[in-house]
Design a protein around this ligand. Sequence first.
Ligand code: TEU
Ligand code: CA
Length: 558
Amino acid sequence: MKKTWWKEAVVYQIYPRSFMDGNGDGIGDLPGITDRLDYLKYLGIDVIWLSPVYKSPNDDNGYDISDYQAIMDEFGTMEDFDALLNAAHERGIKIVMDLVVNHTSDEHKWFVESRKSTDNPYRDYYIWREGKGGGLPPNNWGSSFGGSAWEYDEETSMYYLHLFSRKQPDLNWDNPAVRDAVFAMMTWWCEKGIDGFRMDVISMISKTKEMPDGALNGLYGNGDPYCVNGPHIHDYLREMNEKVLSRYDIMTVGETPCVTPELAKQYAGEDTHELNMVFQFELVDAGGKYGKWTDEKIPLTLLKKILSRWQTELYGKAWNSLFWDNHDQPRAVSRFGDDRPAYRDVSAKMLATCLHMLQGTPYIYQGEELGMTNYPFKSPEDFRDIESVNAYKEWCTDGRLSHEQFWPCIIAKSRDNARTPMQWEDAPHAGFTTGDPWIAVNPNYKEINAKAETADETSVFHYYKKLIQLRKKYPVVVYGTYQLLLEDSEELYVYTRTLDQEELLVVCSFTDQETEVTIPAVFAGASCLIANRENTYDQETMRLQPYEAFVLYRKTEE
Ligand code: TEU
Ligand code: CA
């Protein structure tokens, strides 16, 4: 298997709006990030994935771009960006930008032109269709953010497609002028010296020509069969690779809703000349009472089945990304661990152990390294995210469900859980801003903050720091094979990693009960590389405390 820097790297995702406010306006910005680079250097991460910082009206907090080659006013200037890039490079930290090219903002000049007339040169940069007649859109597809996926435009009496908000019109990738314009923009950023791209919903850029009604899914039809993993997706990614990606030493990760391990071997195959890796959604999209909205926990056997399938089916053929959460997901320790005070710290460390010893490039979402938790939302007015605001309206205000039915589900999964400000210290607004934060700070910042944890060797922060060091020290973590043990256990996630003479045994308890585990005889006398609790490792059968996790290491004889 080819060795590369992006296979050995640990990536840290920054959501700039909520990371650090450098000028006291209550909104995070680029100078704020630059001021915090030493913290990231101390954690030991190699790459920053920067969520969008381009000009945007912020209908979807920057995922609606109005100028790909200018910086959002709230975040600063292009000089601030250059300063951040240089300061990161000086510290040996790479910067991967968020490439959002399935759609633009409706305020982008391309769309402003496109909607002017049916013969405008930019008309076919977007996807316009006649309605069915009688005020009906071209088909029954729904938008991810509620409502129809089609918006009627008076100017030319036609509808345009927007799989996300109506202010995020989908680009028409079948138009070579669109591809050329995107590739030129990507080249411009690569020439500035960035180190790669995370590609937003990249599996959606190729749609079928025919756009029939989809199978009803609630109030609207499901357009996925016509809009995801479409007919030309691999042609376009190979073209992107040939014209841009292959010309630079950069890292690429595709955000690919609906991807399967089989498809991932094409998107992220060792020799398919498309992308380096993809984010899969099988784990984070598992479950759901009302669409994605649910307060249910994913059964551990299902979690293990999904992660194991990705570990084994991609091994030697394609590369995994590893994540528990990001800016679209609830906080990992609240969703997959246990954020009650007695268990938050130890279960956050357990989750970190479980993920960081798998094969693939691990992604740490800002605050995950502190064990930050979901936010205690009190009312729908607390939401800022267009997805949550619209979902509460669509499911509740419009009377389909009672508040009591829906509220526990929306507060468990709301994307705003991950977007509350980074908790830097026990100071007003957790040291995130000297102004009024754009979204409320989690009141638990007094106990959970970077200043306290960097000073405490037993903190979640220092545990993540140690895991990152282990990845650098033991090649088996990056390149070893994977084998699941105790497949049917609903309490324990136990697996091995093997490379030549090195072998790891990773034991993670996902239960708040005491339990026990039998250690394979070959691991008798093995050394413990990391653990979140005190124990002894020379026993055949071990008693485990709630959420106990540890990694044993052995070197077989030559
Ligand atoms: O997310 C795409 C996507 O699939 C999300 O809608 C996700 O499935 C959902 O939020 C989880 O319930 C990307 C970006 O990460 C997201 O922030 C943007 O809102 C979206 O694309 C549109 O750009
Ligand atoms: Ca600011």
